[in-house]
Design a binder for this molecule. Structure first.
Ligand SMILES: C[S@@+](CC[C@H](N)C(=O)[O-])C[C@H]1O[C@@H](n2cnc3c(N)ncnc32)[C@H](O)[C@@H]1O
Length: 209
C-alpha cells in the first residue's frame, strides 16, 4: 500500500492493480464530507450503505456530529482495512476515526454515540443480494472508476441498490459520466448534480422516487 498525502493533509492510497488513487488528491477527507456526507445530509438514526468502504472515510465522516447511525459497509480487501490501524488522520476527523481504526479486528464497532459500522467482507456485487429491501436512507457509492471497474456501475447493480433503499432515500457518487447517469435513470433514480469538488465536473446524487 503506497500512502500519498492529499492537499487537505489527509492520506489516500495508490492501488497499483487499479492504477488509481482511492480518493481525489485535492483532499481525501474533504471529498468524504463534501461529495458524500454533506451532499446527502445525514440525520441521527439513519441506515446507511457504504458501497466500498476502503479506509472508511465516508462512513466515519458521517459519524461526526451524529448518533445512532447504523452503517453497513461492503469491502473485499482486508489489507486496506488493516491500513486504517496506523494511518495519520487530520484533526477534523481524528477523534471519530480513533473509535474505528481497529475495525479490522472485529469488523463491527460501535462508537460512544452509538454509531455502528458493520463491515461485510467480500465481493460487493454478491453481498448486495444479502441485504434487506427498502432499508437504507443513504448510500455512499464509491467503487474504483467506471473505466477500471465498469461491472460496478451497471444498470443491474444500480437496480439492486435501488431496491435496498427506502422511498426518498439518496445515493451519492463522484462520477457524472453520461452512461453512468443513464444506468441510474434506467434503474429508477431521479438524478441531480452533486457538488463540484476537486475537478471541473459535478458529482451525482440519485434520489429514489
Ligand atoms: C475508491 S476506493 C473506496 C474509498 C472509500 N470509500 C474511502 O472512504 O476510503 C474503492 C474500494 O472498493 C474496493 N473494492 C473494489 N472492488 C470491490 C468489490 N468487488 N467488492 C467490494 N469492494 C471492492 C477496493 O478495495 C477499495 O477499497
Amino acid at each position: 500500500m503506497k500512502l500519498v498525502k492529499t492537499r487537505d493533509g489527509s492520506f489516500t492510497v495508490y492501488n497499483e492493480n487499479a492504477g488509481e488513487h482511492y480518493h481525489t488528491i485535492s483532499g481525501a477527507i474533504e471529498e468524504a464530507f463534501e461529495k458524500h456526507v454533506n451532499a446527502l445530509g445525514i440525520e441521527d438514526g439513519m441506515y446507511i450503505l457504504d458501497f466500498c468502504f476502503g479506509l472508511g472515510y465516508n462512513s466515519i465522516a458521517a459519524c461526526k456530529d451524529h448518533s445512532n447511525l447504523h452503517i453497513i459497509a461492503l469491502e473485499n480487501d482486508i489489507e486496506i482495512i488493516k491500513t486504517m490501524k496506523n494511518i495519520e488522520i487530520p484533526e477534523i476527523l481524528s477523534v471519530e476515526f480513533d473509535f474505528f481504526r481497529n475495525i479490522v479486528d472485529s469488523l463491527d464497532v460501535t462508537d460512544s454515540h452509538n454509531n455502528r459500522i458493520q463491515i461485510l467482507l467480500g465481493d460487493a456485487l454478491q453481498k448486495i443480494d444479502k441485504l434487506p429491501s427498502m432499508y437504507f436512507d443513504r448510500v455512499f457509492f464509491d467503487p474504483f472508476s467506471p473505466k477500471k471497474q465498469p461491472e460496478m456501475w451497471s444498470e443491474d447493480i444500480f437496480q439492486k441498490i435501488y431496491n435496498k433503499m427506502k422511498k426518498g432515500a439518496k445515493l451519492s457518487t463522484y462520477s457524472c459520466a453520461k452512461w453512468i447517469r443513464k444506468n441510474m435513470v434506467s434503474a429508477g433514480f431521479k438524478v441531480i448534480d452533486g457538488p463540484i469538488i476537486g475537478r471541473k465536473s459535478p458529482a451525482t446524487i440519485g434520489v429514489k422516487k
